[in-house]
Design a protein. Sequence first.
Length: 199
Amino acid sequence: MNIIAPEIPTRFDPRGSTIIDLAVTRHFNYASTANSENELSSDHLPVRYWLDTNTITYTHKIFVPNFKKYQEAIIQNPTTQFNPQSGADIEEEVKRFTTEHLQAFNTTGKWVNKRKEECSAEIKQQTKIRNKLKKIAQLSQDPRDKNLYNRAQNYLRKLHAEASQKRLSDIFENLNPTDGTSGSMPKRYLKLISECPLS
């Protein structure tokens, strides 16, 4: 998820100027900018968003962070004793931290191909049931509703496990020695299995 927000405040109040107009995007990889329009004589400025539709959108890829490398990168950043004297000092420190965070996040992760997962009608229906039961259990705080939610969640896990097993079976059944998949795919999954911790 990304937050697209202008650099200057969008609302002016006696208690302080703040940015209250922003956009939260998900799976949206266009280059974009946000600008506050101050032509209007109002304490609340409109925001104009510019999107570069020529940006490569990585529609078939997803960014996967590596939190171990991210942690190592953050630790290596220099630290200073923070002693704010004004609101501007706090804003500057937040800006510095945000820049370091984004830089470490972007440089330690990688783009990978999306794994196509077709959910069956039963899984979609069970997901809706699970979500409804979760809301009911949260509102009622009744152990019986919590039990119903847990049962629905366990059944949904079972359906996903069966679907995942079927996908793996289809992959191995379609291995072809002529294109090299019969050698590379088993090695890949054996490596994943070896990295799993023992229970």
